[in-house]
Design a protein around this ligand. Structure first.
Ligand code: TRP
Length: 335
């Protein structure tokens, strides 16, 4: 990665962020912000594509997501944090992009297909939801982002963005738009506490960054392990065992984790002992985040002010690209 690459990523404000978000993207943002130009968006317009009847939920979660960002160490002096819907160059570019993609292509985005199925939309999928990958392509390209740190479920959306960039640049014989690359974390997907492949708020299997120590304890106690590991003496499985995936993601003592894995595989190591250690690891990780979040939550106006200023800065950057886009398309009528 070149130094001073442009990074853009974001989250739908439909709930508080959890450990899966941290592993998939937040950790990368904290690491990348020093050396690069980073934009992080709270994607409220995208969240409305399947929550049109509940704008209040989106409104409330804008502050919650911002608190999560600041609590994990996304630094507003190093990262421009902003609200998507207030950057109106994005829907304008979305309109131009929509002319460069076919309906058929939209129907074949695997992430969207899966979501339509999960939400039970069938043919009655809102048109806005159907085109959200195009809107997301505009999110990314209006900032000329080079890299997009996301979970692996977002890969098809980034692929579609690259297609749109190529199509746009080819059609208008320009190079104003930049092809982005997805940055996928080494643990691409954190499993849920129930052992399902993905931690997710809607599946009810998440440990939130804002959970109390007590809630974390209960969730770790209940965490799915190897169902074949019935007696302590039995050999246990480490692969696909969320207790160990969480240890890999959050534990700092790698030698100790390796030792535990070997012992577990051999047999003779009880789940409760591994869970006790995991709990220790998670509390150590979450405690400072929880403290900072509580502190920040006392002054919501300050947090909203950070978003206001970030949104102003984002608008300046996006507007500059929009001028170039209109020039490239030859629709810059008054100059
Ligand atoms: N679709 C992303 C998600 O559900 C959120 C998002 C919106 C996003 N705009 C983005 C991610 C731009 C990366 C870049 O998590």
């Amino acid at each position: 990665m070149k130094s001073k690459s442009i990074i853009l990523t974001g989250d739908r404000p439909t709930g508080k962020l959890h450990l899966g978000h941290y592993v998939g993207s937040l950790a990368a943002r904290v690491a990348l912000q020093k050396e690069h130009t980073q934009f992080v968006m709270i994607a409220d317009a995208q969240a409305l594509t399947d929550n049109a009847d509940n704008p209040q939920k989106i409104r409330e979660n804008i502050l919650e997501v911002a608190l999560d960002y600041l609590a994990v160490g996304i630094d507003p002096h190093q990262t421009t944090i902003f609200i998507q819907s207030l950057v109106t160059a994005i829907p304008e570019l979305t309109m131009y992009f929509l002319n460069l993609v076919t309906w058929n292509r939209l129907k074949h985005n695997p992430t969207v297909k899966l979501e339509i199925q999960q939400k039970g939309y069938g043919e009655e999928v809102p048109a806005g939801f159907m085109i959200y990958p195009v809107n997301q392509a505009a999110d990314i390209t209006i900032f000329k982002a080079n890299f997009v740190p996301v979970g692996d479920d977002q890969i098809p959306v980034i692929e579609q963005t690259v297609e749109l960039v190529r199509k746009f640049n080819r059609t208008y014989k320009t190079d104003v738009l930049v092809e982005p690359k997805a940055l996928i974390a080494s643990i691409a997907r954190l499993p849920g506490t129930d052992g399902k492949a993905k931690m997710s708020k809607s599946l009810g299997n998440a440990i939130f960054l804002s959970d109390t120590a007590d809630e974390v304890m209960k969730k770790v106690k209940m965490m799915y392990t190897d169902p074949g590991h019935l007696r302590v003496e039995d050999p246990g499985k480490v692969e696909g065992n969320p207790v160990f995936t969480h240890l890999d993601a959050f534990g700092t003592d790698k030698a100790k984790i390796e030792e535990l894995k070997e012992h577990y595989r051999r047999g003779g190591l009880g789940d409760s002992i591994v869970k006790k250690y995991l709990l220790e690891v998670l509390q150590t990780f979450l405690e400072p985040i929880r403290k900072r979040r509580e502190e920040l939550a006392k002054d919501p106006k300050h947090v909203m002010d950070i978003l206001f200023k970030g949104t102003e800065a984002a608008n300046r950057a996006a507007h500059q690209t929009l001028i170039e886009i209109r020039q490239a398309m030859g629709i810059d009528y008054f100059r």
